[in-house]
Design a binder for this molecule. Structure first.
Ligand code: SAH
Length: 252
C-alpha cells in the first residue's frame, strides 16, 4: 500500500541535515520534502549528504509557515524527542505508522499525512505542536533521547514503510461506516476556532485566563479522531447556539 507521506522540516539550520533527510526519504520509497523557514537546500553539503537523492532536493518546496506547508494534509504528525506537551496525544513511532495505515485502509481516498520535524537546537515550538494532530516519539534512551534530524527522519520513514506492508493492522474502533474519511486538519482547525469563539462569547472561557482549556479539549478530540461527518454535527450544534433560540413549546 502506498502512503501519501509528506516530510516537513521546520527551521533546519544545517543544510547537510536536509540532504540526509532527502536520502532517508528516498531510501524508504517516499519523495515529498517541504521546507519551512529552513536554510538553503541545494548547497554542496546538502547534495553531498543526499548521496544521489538529488531529485528529492530539487523538487523540495519552500514555505514561510507551517500552516501553509500542511494545508492540504488530513493528518499532521509532529515529532519530538521530549514529552512536554499537553494538547495532542503522544504516540510511539510504530503506533503512529500503524494508525496511518489503518486510516488509509478505511478511507476511500489517500490520507495525506505530514510528518513534521523540528529545529536541530530547539525542536518544534509549542504553537507548532498545537498545529499537529499527533505527536510522535521515537522511543529511545530516556537519558539521551534526541536523535540527529536526518536519523529521526530515517526512523520515521522506515517505520511507515514497514507498517504499510503489513496486512493485519486492526481497524480503528467505533466507526459504523468504513468509508468515512477522517476530518482534515483544516476542518479540525475551523472547528477549534468556532468552539473557542462560542466559549468566549458565552463567558465559559475567559480569554485573559485561558489556562490549558483549549489544549485539553483539543487533546480529547484528537484522541477520538472525528470524521468529517461527525465534525459537521458538532459545527451544527455550535452554529445553533449562535442563532436566537425558538420559543419553547408549552409542556403537554
Ligand atoms: N533539542 C531538541 C531536539 C532537536 S532534534 C529538543 O529537545 O526538542 C531535531 C528534530 O529531530 C526534533 O525536532 C524532532 O523532529 C526529531 N527528533 C529527534 N529525536 C527524536 C525522538 N526521539 N523522537 C521523535 N523525534 C525526534
Amino acid at each position: 500500500m502506498n502512503l501519501e507521506l509528506v516530510f516537513v522540516l521546520v527551521g533546519t539550520t544545517h543544510s547537510g541535515n536536509i540532504g540526509a533527510a532527502a536520502r532517508a526519504i528516498k531510501n524508504m520509497g517516499y519523495s515529498e520534502l517541504r521546507l519551512v523557514d529552513c536554510c538553503g537546500h541545494l548547497t554542496k553539503d546538502a547534495l553531498a549528504r543526499a548521496s544521489g537523492a538529488d531529485g528529492v532536493l530539487h523538487e523540495a518546496k519552500r514555505y514561510d509557515t507551517l500552516d501553509a506547508a500542511v494545508s492540504d494534509c488530513q493528518s499532521v504528525i509532529g515529532t519530538s524527542a521530549r514529552d512536554r506537551h499537553l494538547a495532542v496525544p503522544v504516540m510511539a513511532c510504530r503506533e503512529v505508522a500503524n494508525e496511518i495505515v489503518s486510516d488509509t485502509q478505511r478511507a476511500d481516498s489517500p490520507v495525506r499525512t505530514a510528518m513534521v520535524f523540528g529545529r536541530e537546537r530547539s525542536g518544534l515550538s509549542n504553537e507548532e505542536m498545537d498545529r499537529c494532530t499527533r505527536l510522535l516519539r521515537i522511543p529511545c534512551n530516556p537519558d539521551f533521547s534526541s536523535l540527529n534530524l536526518g536519523a529521526a527522519v530515517q526512523v520515521v520513514a522506515y517505520e511507515c514503510a514497514q507498517a504499510s506492508n503489513q496486512v493485519w493492522v486492526t481497524p480503528a474502533n467505533g466507526l459504523t461506516d468504513d468509508q468515512e474519511a477522517v476530518a482534515s486538519g483544516a476542518s479540525m482547525q475551523h472547528f477549534y476556532d468556532h468552539l473557542h469563539r462560542i466559549m468566549v462569547t458565552t463567558g465559559f472561557l475567559d480569554p485573559a485566563n485561558p489556562r490549558h482549556l483549549m489544549r485539553r479539549i483539543k487533546r480529547y478530540f484528537e484522541r477520538n479522531r472525528p470524521t468529517e461527518k461527525e465534525l459537521n454535527i458538532f459545527r451544527g450544534i455550535l452554529s445553533a447556539t449562535e442563532k436566537p433560540f425558538p420559543p419553547k413549546k408549552p409542556e403537554p
